[in-house]
Design a protein around this ligand. Structure first.
Ligand code: SF4
Ligand code: SF4
Length: 187
């Protein structure tokens, strides 16, 4: 295992800095990240609030927050931060940590989408939109959600139901295995 989160809540901020390689204590609460975030109106905590909660070591509040799961990784916050704080990377780190430590996402469909997306890349070496939409709708029990548009696109030859794979999917699986090992999930 490459890293081990110190369970001591007082060390939460330090641990997030180490895991993300981002100095979370550089944040001085100017709010520019939040002002530019396109999803902020849906979030339970704004990006700058997440930064402050991490600095205060409030692990439970941070890892139970909806915010990291709604973050679209657009990196607007990172680009706007006058202190060079890579907040998008912090959000990535929080998602990884929340899953690693068994916190339940308040937005389970985001987790479902991420899992289906990554499994598709891992097994086929590329994303197949039809597969992604079908698997997501099945998993979230929205069986007829895209049936109308899907049928029209299929009839026009815009989508295919066949499953294309790249050559050498073993290489892709190897990348996933190494990533899991790096994150401490590997065998
Ligand atoms: S833009 Fe940077 S310094 Fe300002 S609140 Fe956001 S993270 Fe903190
Ligand atoms: S990366 Fe996430 S937190 Fe940052 S601006 Fe985009 S959606 Fe908001």
């Amino acid at each position: 295992m490459i890293y081990q989160l110190n369970a001591d809540v007082r060390n939460f901020g330090k641990a997030i800095s180490e895991l993300s390689d981002v100095d979370i204590y550089a944040c001085y609460q100017c709010g520019k990240c939040t002002a530019g975030c396109p999803i902020v109106m849906e979030m339970s905590h704004t990006p700058n609030q997440i930064m402050k909660l991490i600095q205060l070591g409030l692990k439970e509040e941070v890892l139970n927050s909806l915010t990291p799961w709604l973050c679209a990784s657009c990196e607007t916050c990172t680009t706007r931060c006058p202190k060079g704080v890579d907040i998008a990377k912090i959000m990535d780190t929080l998602r990884i940590l929340a899953r690693k430590e068994g916190y339940q996402s308040k937005e389970p469909n985001v987790v479902n989408f991420n899992d289906i997306f990554l499994n598709c890349i891992k097994n086929k070496g590329r994303l197949q939109e039809t597969h992604l939409a079908m698997m997501y709708n099945l998993k979230t029990r929205q069986f007829f959600k895209d049936a109308d548009i899907g049928q029209k696109l299929f009839m026009k030859g815009k989508i295919s139901l066949t499953s294309d794979r790249i050559k050498g999917t073993d290489v892709m699986k190897n990348i996933f295995e190494k990533s899991r090992a790096f994150l401490g999930k590997g065998e």
